[in-house]
Design a protein around this ligand. Structure first.
Ligand SMILES: Cc1cc2nc3c(=O)[nH]c(=O)nc-3n(C[C@H](O)[C@H](O)[C@H](O)COP(=O)(O)OP(=O)(O)OC[C@H]3O[C@@H](n4cnc5c(N)ncnc54)[C@H](O)[C@@H]3O)c2cc1C
Length: 404
């Protein structure tokens, strides 16, 4: 009997937990090291599910049933005046960040996730890989999976030249209890993923699970995402300056966002959005924003170290594929390792497959979002921009998996 091979997984969010569950079921010993001191929560954001995500969840050992999310009948677009501009049928299950997180976390045996462990650097020799943590501890294994997100410490060590590139706009996000919505707004928005187009901006919203991941009517929340052009030098810097006046790079924790910034966004919502969506924003308790980035790696494998999820590639959220791509990375990694004679061969096969997919999905999402940065874009981006500002095309292409 040989001892199982050991995988060290850095980052305990979606990508890390998909890899942990799939590697575990393929016979690996797995340990997940997460910087946060406690279970991840409160990211409250909506997630569009696709068939590939459902299949990967089942393979990861998650219990997938009718409580996965909220059924949406299709898409609709509302004009700034609140009138319906169009509707298309496109059934989908819409869920929440926390719902997927808990399904994956519950599928993993107790004791496999180690919180409050921040990776500092990695050392490798021919036969093993070691993670050195901020607390001075060292863990050694056969494989290290970097699922440590947009600001990956692992990527910084092995590919420091690969950096997120700001897309020129931010996504404001928020949630409100569905029971707080007026009857008219509820009836207009409840059964569909809804869009509202304003010049160079895009609002969308849909129902997601409520607290405790409850998906029954009355217990759900309405989730909005409002994309707004925001110039890097001026406005973005202002948004990323926290309550204590400290500037942040790339991301800012929702509780550090200044009230003035949120108040300004709320005033703009009253002025610019259809009344139904303005109401959603008004009722959302603590809206927050995320700047939108593209991230493209040229390599994913470095000896016994491999990048997955947002650490590897980030496509703008318009194709609604972040979590599905993280799941696809985990499936491709585990299959490549199972089929290869050595770990290095397996990682090379994974890299070849997922680098091609990563570039394709980033390009597709960039095209879907081009109209949000149209003034600064290339000629090709301006053509794409005009196309994706058409409600009919928008409703058929946003958050739909592309066929490559
Ligand atoms: C506005 C917006 C909307 C989105 N909408 C969707 C959608 O509809 N559908 C969809 O599928 N996806 C969506 N996404 C994307 C999705 O959230 C991510 O792609 C997905 O969660 C995969 O993330 P990840 O696990 O790779 O990284 P992350 O979730 O960023 O996790 C990285 C983890 O690593 C930990 N970490 C970081 N550094 C260290 C370290 N040094 N040591 C230890 N731990 C560390 C962090 O604490 C974190 O928990 C959206 C994203 C945005 C910004």
């Amino acid at each position: 009997m040989t001892a199982p091979r050991r995988a060290l997984i850095i980052g305990g969010s979606h990508a890390g937990l998909f890899c942990a569950n799939l590697l575990l079921r393929a016979g690996w010993q797995v340990d997940v090291y997460e910087r946060s001191g406690e279970e991840l929560a409160g990211r409250g954001a909506g997630i569009v599910t696709h068939p590939e995500l459902r299949e990967a969840l089942l393979r990861a050992g998650a219990r997938v049933d009718e409580t996965l999310g909220v059924a949406s009948l299709g898409r609709l677009t509302i004009g700034q005046d609140g009138k319906l501009l169009g509707k298309v049928a496109l059934p989908q299950i819409l869920t929440a960040w926390g719902r997927i997180y808990h399904m994956l976390k519950d599928a993993l045996p107790a004791g496999r996730c180690h919180f409050g462990r921040t990776l500092e650097r990695i050392e490798q020799d021919g036969g093993s890989v070691s993670a050195i943590f901020a607390d001075g501890q060292r863990e050694t294994g056969d494989l290290l999976v970097a699922a440590d997100g947009i600001r990956s410490t692992v990527r910084r060590q092995y590919a420091p030249q690969v950096k997120p590139v700001y897309g020129g706009y931010v996504a404001w996000r928020g949630l409100t209890d569905e029971r707080l919505l007026s009857r008219a707004t509820y009836e207009a928005l409840a059964d569909y993923l809804g869009f509202c187009l304003t010049p160079r901006e895009q609002m969308l919203g849909y129902l997601v699970a409520g607290d405790d991941n409850e998906v029954s009517a009355g217990a759900r929340r309405y989730n909005f995402v409002w994309y707004r052009p925001t110039d890097a030098a001026g406005k973005l810097r202002e948004l990323l300056t926290d309550r204590a006046g400290r500037p942040h790079e790339i991301t800012i924790s929702p509780d550090l966002i200044r009230d003035e910034v949120v108040d300004e966004m709320r005033r703009d919502a009253e002025r610019l959005l259809a009344p139904q969506f303005a109401e959603v924003v008004r009722l959302s308790e603590r809206p927050f924003f995320q700047a939108i980035f593209d991230l493209e790696s040229t390599r994913l494998a470095f000896g016994r170290v491999v990048l997955v999820g947002d650490a590897a590639f980030i496509a703008r959220p318009h194709c609604g594929m972040g979590v599905t791509k993280a799941a696809g990375d985990a499936v491709a990694l585990v299959d490549a390792l199972a089929a290869a004679p050595t770990i290095e061969h397996g990682l090379a096969a994974y890299e070849a497959k997922r680098v091609a997919f990563g570039h394709a999905i980033v390009a597709h999402a960039r095209e879907l979002g081009a109209f949000l940065q149209a003034q600064s874009g290339s000629e090709a981006e301006r053509v794409a921009a005009a196309r994706h500002h058409d409600p009919e095309i928008l409703m058929r292409e946003v958050a739909v998996p592309p066929q490559f």
